[in-house]
Design a protein around this ligand. Structure first.
Ligand code: ZN
Length: 427
């Protein structure tokens, strides 16, 4: 085969700004220049001049950081007061439209990569790789029991070893990136109970074994103490929520905290919420919340790996770009701001299997870049003053505008989220 003698090279784009957080460090780098070729970062320098012929975009006093990574979202839930009812009323085309709107809202808020941990009927898989959407890692419908948590999403398995193995194999054949299993009941599904496991330990172990046999990681939705313990014992790679929910309170045994840390099971902390005036948590959550925060702190101090999964989509306080509200809550757990930024960039990317190309501003990484006004380490609120977002090298329009490669976008500020919504801390 003869190689072409001339290679047409696209124009380089060079982003200039005042400061850079690269996704792994603890301090800002001054006077950065980030050179982008198509969708990929090819050079990152401080105080350098742009390569000849590059389109230079000067973002003035802005700080650059990697596009944010949310490890737990639901694109199919529309962040309304009744996301389950709204989803049930939609046709397949309607769901896909809503998921597209959700993905675009995420992008406008600087979230350039999401792990969807529960769609309906595998619809998120077809959205992977689409332009004008975040990079999507997809679980398809969560594996659950008949009438179990989120059964209406289409992932019901017979609650025995053969049943869950068959369900996992179907997910593999469909091409999912990760297996999500509902180890306990959940808040969004009446008739299920957060304080009770849904599967026996043996069945949970079979599901994890089948997924691992096919090279897929498993993350388990687990509120109940027993469900958390069973999921860790079964070898699940990650846990979602980890609230240690009991019928009356929460109860996190020291041995279980230590086991999670020893096994290095990833804790997906359900954090990030947009303050909605007039929307108070229900008493069941209000009473437990200080204990849940204290237990996350115990997990963190014990050395358990921790990332943020916002559960975006499940309520008005959880719009699809909500993860940038998580650092303020991570502080309550004792996590400093630079580490919080790593948690929602490079750490999150590694946990979802994209640590080689997401979550860092470095040569060879995807050109997913968030430009904000202010210092994101000194001032967590700076994350909400978005000046521009680039997804795989393309500027994200901040409204319904057109997509033009390399064009800077206007400042975006969130409007009011409304006050009529139901308060839901997690699904
Ligand atoms: Zn969820």
């Amino acid at each position: 085969m003869t190689a072409p003698t001339v290679t047409e090279r696209g124009r380089l784009t060079a982003l200039r700004a005042a400061w850079l957080f690269d996704g792994t460090g603890s301090a800002l780098i001054p006077d950065p220049l980030v050179v982008i070729d198509g969708g990929t970062i090819v050079a990152v320098d401080s105080g350098a001049s742009a390569p000849g012929g590059a389109d230079v975009i000067d973002l003035g006093g802005a700080a650059l950081l990697p596009g944010l990574v949310d490890t737990h979202v639901h694109l199919a839930f529309d962040a309304s007061a009744d996301p389950v009812g709204a989803l049930a009323a939609r046709s397949e085309d309607g769901v896909l439209e809503a998921m597209t709107r959700a993905g675009q809202a995420a992008l406008r808020g600087g979230v350039t990569t999401v792990r969807d941990l529960g769609d309906r009927d595998y619809l998120s898989l077809g959205l992977r790789g689409r332009p004008r959407l975040p990079t999507i890692v997809a679980a398809g419908p969560p594996v659950t029991t008949p009438a179990g948590h989120c059964h209406y999403l289409g992932g019901v398995a017979e609650p025995n070893e053969a049943g869950v193995r068959a369900a996992v194999r179907e997910h593999v054949e469909r091409g999912v990136d990760v297996i999500k299993i509902m180890a306990s009941g959940g808040n969004l599904t009446p008739g299920t109970y957060q304080h009770l496991p849904q599967f026996t330990p043996e069945v949970l172990r079979a599901a994890v074994d089948e997924a691992h046999r096919h090279g897929l990681q498993v993350t388990a939705h687990a509120h109940a103490v027993g469900a958390i313990a069973d999921a860790v014992a079964a070898g699940a790679d990650g846990l979602e929520h980890v609230s240690f929910w009991t019928e009356d309170s929460v109860d996190a045994p020291a041995e279980l905290i230590q086991l999670i840390a020893d096994r290095q099971t990833v804790v997906g902390a359900t954090l990030g919420m947009v303050p909605v005036p007039g929307l108070e948590p229900p008493p069941a959550i209000r009473a437990r919340r200080p204990l849940m925060v204290a237990n996350l702190r115990r997990l963190y101090e014990a050395g358990a790996p921790m990332v943020v999964g916002s559960d975006a989509g499940i309520a008005p306080i959880k719009p699809h770009d909500v993860v940038r509200y998580a650092p303020a809550q991570l502080r309550e757990i004792g996590i400093g701001q630079a580490e919080a930024l790593r948690t929602i960039t490079s750490d999150a990317a590694r946990v979802i299997g994209l640590g080689h190309r997401k979550g860092r501003i470095a040569p060879g990484f995807d050109a997913d870049i968030l430009a904000i006004d202010g210092d994101p380490i000194a001032d967590p609120d700076a994350l909400h003053r978005i000046r521009a977002v680039y997804a795989r090298g393309t500027a994200v329009p901040m409204s319904s505008g057109s997509w033009r490669p390399g064009s800077p976008a206007g400042t975006y500020r969130r409007g009011g989220a409304g006050s009529n919504g139901r308060w839901t801390g997690s699904s």
